[in-house]
Write a protein that binds this ligand. Structure first.
Ligand code: SAM
Length: 371
């Protein structure tokens, strides 16, 4: 076990899910598990998966670990490249595959080797059911995605982001791998309000989904900071209450410690998150360099001080800052020589021959309206 707290959380989560993958049960194979329902199909149907979708799934792909239905909100289209963060046994990846068809591709990423093996074991059955060869699973952390920049049309995920010890980094990675115009369709657990302290202490030791969940507004802030737009957060608290009704042990323990009359759904919710990456993406880096050049051309000294400072804060190389200043001076020089040429042409022309207004229109009495 590592001494880095983030790594230690990741290790605990990984061990919990390895056990779940090996036992094939979502409930409650390990103390760290984000416990799902003991009846995976019943849970899936309650959150909107159709019987048709479920019947084509390879055995074991649905382990009842979901807390939403991301493919239902993803509006997937043929030919798209889909990335499933924390793909587990391949549940949503196998459901997304037929929606993007033979020209599309679904890539599942999961950090637990046993989960990736389990998902890969399902590929031949998926192929037999659908005739498609368009789903693959990669071992990796969602904080360091094994994918190229701007290579994905849609990022989906089901009940995973809350488990990450570095959620802002996950959102930055989502922003990086999405193509301009790409979309996000994620289901996750979130807090509607902070949990009472005794529950936080209790669940923190479990490192389960609830302990890792953050407030809805914090999710919005992280998505915004990663440059995404059109962010819509739709709480679905009914799902959490349904899990409690089904006697899930982790949720039951939470409910037992809630203030009199409160329900788990008053604090914890399933959250649908949709967002988009802007079509035209100027990075913060490029924007600062443009602002530096423009500040020079506009002779705006406070602007220049501000933007050079900001550029340094976000780690822009000093040489790039100097180049941006040089470009600003060049534009200014170009503008000066164009003005000099224009001044000369104005002096060379006869106002008697061309009586024009400043606006370019001839004045009614034949004189310039500039005077
Ligand atoms: C609650 S399960 C959900 C699995 C799947 N999405 C589903 O709905 O069936 C969480 C999954 O996310 C994976 N996971 C958790 N944290 C991760 C991280 N930081 N990077 C990659 N995978 C992670 C776990 O290994 C596990 O398979």
């Amino acid at each position: 076990m590592t001494s880095d707290p983030s790594e230690s959380i990741r290790d605990t989560v990984r061990r919990g899910y390895a056990e779940i993958a090996r036992s094939g049960s979502g409930c409650c194979a390990g103390p760290s598990s984000c416990c799902g329902s003991s009846s995976p199909d019943r849970l899936a149907q309650a959150i909107g998966y159709t019987a048709d979708e479920l019947k084509t799934l390879p055995d074991g792909a649905n382990m009842g670990l979901s807390c939403g239905n991301p493919t239902a909100i993803a509006e997937l289209k043929p030919g798209q490249v889909v990335l499933d963060l924390g793909s587990g046994g391949g549940f949503d990846a196998f459901i997304a595959g037929p929606k993007v068809g033979p020209m599309g591709r679904v890539i599942g990423v999961d950090m637990t080797p046993d989960m990736v093996s389990k998902a890969r074991q399902g590929i031949p059955v998926y192929h037999k059911h659908t005739g498609l060869h368009n789903v693959e699973f990669r071992l990796g952390e969602i904080e360091h995605l094994p994918l190229a920049d701007a290579s994905v049309d849609v990022v989906i995920s089901n009940c995973v982001l809350n488990l990450s010890p570095d959620k802002p980094q996950v959102w930055r990675e989502i922003g990086r791998v999405l193509k301009p115009g790409g979309r996000v369709a994620i289901s996750d657990l979130a807090l509607l309000k902070p949990l009472p302290m005794e529950i936080r202490d209790m669940v923190e030791s479990l490192i389960g989904c609830i302990a890792g969940a953050v407030l809805v507004d914090e999710t919005r802030a992280m998505a915004e900071a990663s440059g995404l737009i059109e962010i819509q957060l739709t709480p679905k608290p009914g799902y959490v209450d349904a899990m409690v009704d089904w006697n899930d042990p982790l949720y039951r323990r939470v409910v037992e410690h809630l203030p009199e009359g409160a329900k788990a759904g008053d604090y914890v919710t399933s959250l649908n998150i949709t967002a988009a990456k802007p079509t035209l993406t100027l990075t913060a880096h490029i924007k600062e360099l443009i602002a530096i050049g423009a500040s020079v051309t506009a002779h705006c000294q406070p602007c220049l001080t501000y933007h050079v400072d900001k550029a340094r804060q976000i780690g822009i190389d000093e040489q790039e800052v100097r180049e941006a200043i040089a470009v600003g001076h060049q534009v200014e020089k170009g503008s000066m020589s164009a003005m000099t040429a224009f001044t000369k042409s104005v002096l060379d022309s006869s106002t008697q021959d061309k009586p024009v207004c400043c606006t370019g229109r001839t004045s009614p009495d034949g004189k310039s309206c500039c005077s």
